[in-house]
Design a protein. Structure first.
Length: 750
């Protein structure tokens, strides 16, 4: 067998082994990666299901609170419209009140002995029946003692399951009534709630979007396995839901004992993945635990067939590609063997070329034997000689170019550069140095010039010591002396010059004249002062316009009624005092004034502002509705500044409703440390892209506005260590939320 054939066979054999190993490794890698991808996919799907369950629970809780408020309002309305004695209440009266309040049913309960019975109802068939009234809470008892009434919700709750029967009851007791009012709402009124609580509907859509998902199941780990899953009813309330083992999803791919063990393991924080064969299907099952809204374990079943098919297709492709590559390698290796074994060209020709100094041409190496090695050594010798000669030429040209470049850079830069030795004598200067300091090159080189003023000599000495000790110095602004004795402001950058051994040999200084820049900075500062004065003047004019509008409204009201209201006169005098205070604050530019913070109740401040703007609101056909918290809302504040903020916001709300409407003003404790004030109108709203621009100086959409109201309000709230947030929707309305820190004593009590 020839050498060419042997070499071809060896190359082909090596490639064959590599291809086989590649197929095996690719098969293993594909299995691992595919398994990891499937596990990540199952984890992502489980997280989506968990997020849907959590979201549905939060939405139902929100609807529960809305329904509670609605039923409370219905009870209040009934207590004011119905007689105080149950005997005086007729069926028609009760039905009319229930229809007006929007509840499904209303009944009157009286205590007879130890139980409550229905004495009047919108459903005559239940009159006389006994009713279990839920026990009152302690907070309700306190509420009844202070407010004279008590309201609480029955034990029926909303639930998450699809097609579930929903119901809600409330009870209202009043000291002026000899009966208890019970309001009820049935499932027919909760069509919208069913739409937001369809967990199984979400699972169906998820499975339709991913055919590989065979089943999604939600397990209650507390009782799973205690009763058959098929006995779970399809309609239940939230209390019954907690007692079932599968609160949502289906459970057809059962392996009860194994599933129970996997659920226990998942509760320990592990993600469980298991392969199984169920119903003649090769599947992959996963169990992942979630903590909200109650402890659940989400089970996911995926069909393994798509993964198996993908692996088979990938393996077949790899085998086919390997066969094609092996055929190509066999032909190429045979051609390469023939190429490597061709006769070697004359080496003597190359030696003659080198002897005449011609290094460009090289010997074409065609073999690996002694002749091939000799040819390579000759080529290497020729290449090294050529490189050495080329480097010498390049080094010479580079040194010449660098010298010209450095000289041009130093001489043409606008910064003054000079180099001094360790004794302080100048060894080199550039043209900018001559122009800045007035010394010529002949006068400067070799001398120690007094460039540093006498009072800065000690500072300059310390700087040089730091530089010699090896510390890096940044640019510093200082003063230097010219030849004529003039002082000039400069920026100096000092750097060490070291030799190849790292020893300090000289010090280079780059000096920049800062005279022009300092003048420009002064002009900018003056411009900023003028701009600040203009903004403050416009802001004062804008803020004075608010109390003037209030005064005009009161005067117009008194002109129309021809009566002098003493309370209105007091309020107008108060507004005149506020105008005087605002004008006084304008003097801050000449003499700053200290802000005096006092302890005030936010509800009282809002009450004063509402009294001021109530007349203007009536003229604009606007109703101001207040919702104040019963808890203490005292804060440390400057009362007039907060009034200024509330007036700005309320005036904006009034101007946003040219056709009238309602403005809701609420004040309550947001948490144990903050008071939350919200003002909501039903105006034209603000586009989302413009909300971020509110508060910019002079930005306004009004023809007569200055664009400073929101800016001043934001600064006042920031001074009080609070926050101001604006939310709006076009043609729906705008809500301004202000959070202010609660008085420290009140925060500690909370």
């Amino acid at each position: 067998m020839s050498v060419k054939t042997k070499l071809s066979v060896m190359i082909s054999l090596v490639v064959f082994v590599l291809l086989v190993l590649n197929v095996i490794l690719n098969e293993y890698s594909m299995r691992v990666n595919l398994r990891n991808d499937i596990q990540l996919k199952m984890l992502s799907i489980s997280q989506q299901v968990a997020s849907n369950v959590i979201q549905s629970t939060k939405e139902v809780a929100f609807v529960q609170s809305v329904l509670s408020d609605k039923m409370k309002l219905a009870s209040f309305s009934a207590s004011t419209q119905l007689p105080h004695q149950a005997e005086d209440v007729s069926y028609e009266q009760l039905r009319q009140v229930a229809n007006q309040a929007g509840v499904a049913g209303m009944a009157l309960l009286k205590k007879e002995g130890g139980t409550y019975s229905i004495v009047q109802s919108t459903n005559p068939r239940e009159i006389g029946e006994s009713v279990d009234v839920p026990p009152e809470r302690k907070s309700h008892s306190i509420e009844q003692e202070t407010l004279g009434y008590e309201f609480w919700i029955g034990q029926d709750k909303l639930i998450l399951m699809d097609n579930a029967a929903l119901g809600q009851e409330s009870f209202y007791s009043d000291l002026n009534l000899d009966y208890i009012i019970r309001c009820s709402m049935n499932s027919g009124q909760f069509t919208g709630i069913r739409k937001i609580s369809h967990t199984n509907s979400f699972l169906t859509e998820l499975k339709n979007g991913n055919p590989a998902i065979l089943e999604i199941t939600g397990f209650n780990p507390a009782i799973f396995g205690q009763e058959p899953v098929k006995d779970i009813p399809t309609v239940m309330n939230i209390d019954l839901l907690k007692e079932q083992s599968v609160p949502f999803g289906t459970y057809e791919y059962k392996e009860m004992e194994k599933d129970k063990n996997d659920i226990k393991e998942s509760l320990q924080g592990n993600m469980v993945f298991r392969e199984a064969t169920i119903h003649n299907h090769d599947v992959i099952k996963s169990f992942i635990a979630i903590k909200e809204p109650v402890p659940y374990v989400i089970g996911l079943v995926l069909d393994k067939k798509p993964m198996t098919k993908l692996m088979d297709d990938q393996r077949n492709n790899q085998v086919f590609i390997s066969i094609v590559l092996l055929v190509i390698v066999v032909f190429c290796s045979y051609w390469m063997s023939d190429f490597l074994l061709r006769p070697v060209r004359s080496i003597l020709w190359k030696v003659n070329e080198v002897s005449f100094g011609r290094f460009d041409d090289t010997i074409e190496v065609k073999r690996k034997d002694e002749l091939g090695q000799l040819a390579q050594r000759v080529n290497a010798m020729s290449k090294n000689l050529n490189i050495y000669m080329t480097k010498l030429k390049m080094a010479f040209e580079e040194n010449r170019s660098m010298k010209e470049y450095l000289e041009s850079f130093i001489n043409h830069t606008t910064d003054a550069i000079h180099v001094v030795d360790l004794d302080g004598r100048i060894t080199q200067v550039n043209r900018a140095f001559e122009q800045l300091f007035g010394y010529t090159t002949g006068e400067a080189v070799g001398r120690m010039l007094a460039l540093v003023p006498e009072h800065l000599a000690e500072e300059e000495k310390d700087t040089m010591e730091l530089l010699k000790s090896g510390k890096a110095l940044s640019a510093r602004e200082t003063t230097r002396v010219t030849k004529n004795g003039d002082w000039i402001p400069v920026s100096v950058t000092t750097s060490p010059i070291r030799d190849k051994h790292g020893e300090l040999r000289a010090i280079a200084s780059i000096t920049r004249d800062m005279t022009s820049r300092n003048k420009m900075d002064e002009l900018l500062r003056r411009s900023e002062k003028l701009k600040t004065v203009g903004q403050l003047a416009a802001g004062v004019a804008h803020e004075i316009r608010n109390p003037l509008t209030t005064l005009r409204g009161f005067l117009q009201l008194q002109q129309e009624t021809s009566k002098l209201n003493k309370r209105h006169v007091d309020l107008m005098l108060s507004e005149l005092d506020r105008i005087n205070l605002i004008v006084s604050e304008f003097l801050i530019l000449a003499k700053p004034q200290a802000t005096r913070f006092e302890v005030k109740d936010v509800r009282f401040i809002l009450g004063d502002v509402i009294s001021l703007l109530d007349s203007q609101a009536h003229l604009c056909n606007i109703v101001l509705e207040t919702y104040f918290d019963q808890a203490d809302c005292r804060i440390s504040c400057e009362e007039n500044q907060l009034k200024q903020v509330f007036i700005n916001i309320l005036k904006n709300a009034i101007e946003a409703m040219p056709n009238g409407g309602r403005i809701a003003i609420a004040a309550k404790r947001n948490d144990s440390h903050h008071i939350r004030v919200s003002i909501t109108d039903e105006g034209i709203g603000i586009p989302e892209e413009r909300i971020a621009m509110l508060g910019d100086p002079f930005y306004t959409e009004k023809d007569t506005g200055t664009g400073l109201g929101i800016m001043v309000s934001q600064r006042i709230i920031q001074t009080h260590q609070g926050t101001l947030e604006i939310k709006s929707k076009v043609n729906v309305g705008t809500t301004v939320i202000i959070a202010l820190p609660l008085l420290k004593e009140q925060a500690l009590e909370a």
